[in-house]
Write a protein that binds this ligand. Structure first.
Ligand SMILES: C[S@@+](CC[C@H](N)C(=O)[O-])C[C@H]1O[C@@H](n2cnc3c(N)ncnc32)[C@H](O)[C@@H]1O
Length: 288
């Protein structure tokens, strides 16, 4: 999945496509209609709240973290199918959004939305050179792909620091950054399940909280940090239920689509969050 050039910075384009380009139609059947593919935020919602409501609350949370306001220009690193950008533009009055993705299918999907205020760029963040600065940056569920399992702790921290440096440069040291990422909790990398690291997320490696603290030191100030691992357990369980229902209703053909594999990965991930082996960090950074 990787070549030497990619290992220096982490996940290769092939590794990203392996996971994200299995077909937009497949994902559409079990994600919520906004196609958000990251941990939702359930806090404070009624017990019977829908996944869509919890995803929307998560997007508003990140918008507030960067103080999103009318007229701003915002970057979304790892924009998926574009819902964070849509929320910023339609609900927060942001003027312009640019989203980076390494998935061709996500890039094509956003292109077909036909929105001049929402631009998707098919690139790795490390190759991205914006022509104008941004007022704020959001990155949800992408940081897990930035480092490579064969890197040492020092090499991983170097890559993360490059990322924080780039974010600082792209905001000219004046913008906020809202980051959401899975992280190791009561587990070490050597205990990771080979099915997840080999078949589901090849070439991906999780950070620890310490990695993030060390890598961002002097570049951004950590304003707030929360671990919402149980939110991710509930999100994975909801996705898993929807996936099983789609198979049962004949909307997904398990002979042609990786339903079995994904169902197993979602159940394993939910268990990992419930046992606090892994956690879900939401970190608000302010400029230093
Ligand atoms: C789990 S998805 C999350 C998508 C979206 N943020 C959401 O919450 O629905 C991860 C996203 O990160 C992107 N990504 C991963 N590594 C990246 C990199 N090095 N540069 C740019 N995008 C990357 C993938 O292409 C994908 O869009």
């Amino acid at each position: 999945m990787s070549d030497a050039a990619d290992i220096e910075f982490g996940g290769s384009a092939a590794a990203i496509r392996h996971h994200y380009d299995v077909g937009n139609a497949f994902y559409r059947e079990w994600l919520d209609p906004s196609m958000a593919y990251s941990c939702a935020m359930w806090e404070g919602l009624p017990e019977d709240a829908s996944l869509e409501e919890a995803q929307h609350q998560k997007h508003l949370f990140h918008a507030r973290s960067i103080h999103a306001a009318a007229g701003m220009r915002v970057l979304d690193v790892g924009c998926g199918w574009g819902e964070m950008m849509r929320t910023l533009l339609d609900d927060c009055g942001v003027a312009e959004c640019v989203g980076l993705t390494m998935s061709e299918e996500q890039h094509a999907h956003i292109g077909h939305l036909g929105r001049p205020d929402m631009q998707a760029v098919l690139t790795n963040w490390r190759d991205y050179r914006p022509d104008r600065p941004f007022d704020g940056i959001i990155s949800i569920g992408a940081f897990e792909h930035f480092a490579h399992p064969r890197q040492t702790v020092e090499e991983r921290r170097h890559v993360y620091r490059e990322f924080f440096s780039a974010c600082r440069d792209w905001t000219e040291g004046k913008g906020r950054l809202s980051l959401q990422t899975i992280a190791y909790a009561n587990m070490t990398p050597d205990q990771a399940n080979p099915f997840i690291t080999g078949e589901i997320f090849p070439d991906a490696e999780l950070p620890t909280i310490e990695d993030i603290v060390v890598a961002s030191r002097g570049l951004f100030r950590i304003e707030r940090l929360r671990d919402d691992g149980l939110d991710y357990a509930r999100t994975c369980e909801e996705w898993s239920r929807r996936l099983r229902r789609a198979v049962r209703d004949g909307r997904i053909d398990p002979a042609r689509e990786p339903a079995e594999k994904y169902s197993r990965y979602l159940r394993m991930s939910a268990a990992g969050f419930r046992m606090h082996k892994i956690g879900l960090l939401r970190i608000a950074f302010s400029p230093k």
